[in-house]
Ligand binder design. Structure first.
Ligand SMILES: *[C@@H]1O[C@H](CO)[C@@H](O)[C@H](O)[C@H]1NC(C)=O
Ligand SMILES: *[C@@H]1O[C@H](CO)[C@@H](O)[C@H](O)[C@H]1NC(C)=O
Ligand SMILES: *[C@@H]1O[C@H](CO)[C@@H](O)[C@H](O)[C@H]1NC(C)=O
Ligand SMILES: *[C@@H]1O[C@H](CO)[C@@H](O)[C@H](O)[C@H]1NC(C)=O
Length: 209
């Protein structure tokens, strides 16, 4: 048991050194080269990695899901299909929860199109009969808008969408006076230039960890 305790102390020391040395001047050789040779030390390292992962997994607020694919970012998101709002009210809703309407990118767009369809059909099952007007509100707001820069849509995180991008419904129609991008339910949730003032879409909120 004492040996085991000593091993744990020693391996913690090694890990701390390893973390420290990663910030150090790399051209300087390490005084104590790091070798994790013992099985216990590896087990401890594994445990630390697992705890770290777990802490990050449970960091999303209630009702939010974690998005953490190999690519496409790492953040919490929440579809709020039971609300039907105009764009500014939807953004305000997300902001009050500590986030914004979603900023998508090429790598996560198809994932969110699939999820939008799932969330919408689930919510229609759940609340469709209780609120007959809600199924008419089938789109989701993104944070993208082109106020003052017609056809140059930009998400709230600064990421721009090219006018010829395949994320737009085809054929893409841009309208002056419609400045916000929705995920269009009747077009498999591809994006459509939409009137920001119409309460005909639901929030899709995003919170970065
Ligand atoms: C690394 O060390 C060298 C020599 O000691 C020094 O000239 C250099 O500025 C250091 N670099 C950093 C990033 O600290
Ligand atoms: C979009 O247009 C740019 C130039 O404006 C071009 O470089 C790019 O290949 C086009 N992309 C597609 C998908 O057509
Ligand atoms: C969805 O896209 C289609 C095809 O571009 C368009 O006719 C329809 O008006 C769009 N829906 C909304 C809510 O804008
Ligand atoms: C959006 O809706 C809110 C109420 O939900 C309203 O106060 C606000 O004036 C609306 N904004 C626009 C631009 O229509």
């Amino acid at each position: 048991m004492a040996l085991r305790g000593a091993l744990i102390v020693w391996s913690t020391f090694c890990i701390v050194r390893m973390i420290r040395s990663s910030d150090a001047n790399v051209s300087k050789p390490l005084k104590y080269p790091i070798k994790i040779a013992s099985k216990s030390a590896l087990q401890l390292l594994n445990l630390i990695i697992q705890v770290d992962k777990r802490l990050k997994t449970i960091a999303c607020p209630q009702d939010y899901n974690l998005y953490a694919k190999d690519s496409g970012g790492r953040f919490c998101y929440r579809f709020v299909p039971e609300f039907c709002r105009n764009q500014s009210a939807a953004q305000k809703y997300c902001h009050n929860q500590g986030g914004n309407l979603i900023s998508l990118n090429d790598l996560n767009f198809d994932f969110f199109r699939r999820r939008a369809a799932e969330e919408r059909s689930y919510s229609i099952q759940q609340i469709g009969t209780r609120s007959p007007t809600l199924p008419a509100c089938s789109n989701f707001w993104t944070s993208a808008s082109d106020y003052g820069r017609e056809t140059l849509f930009r998400f709230i995180n600064g990421h721009e969408i090219a006018p010829n991008s395949t994320v737009w419904t085809d054929p893409v129609v841009f309208n002056t006076g419609k400045n916000c991008a929705i995920m269009n339910a009747s077009k498999q949730y591809l994006l459509t230039d939409f009137n920001c003032a119409l309460a005909l879409a639901s929030p899709l909120c995003q919170i970065f960890l």
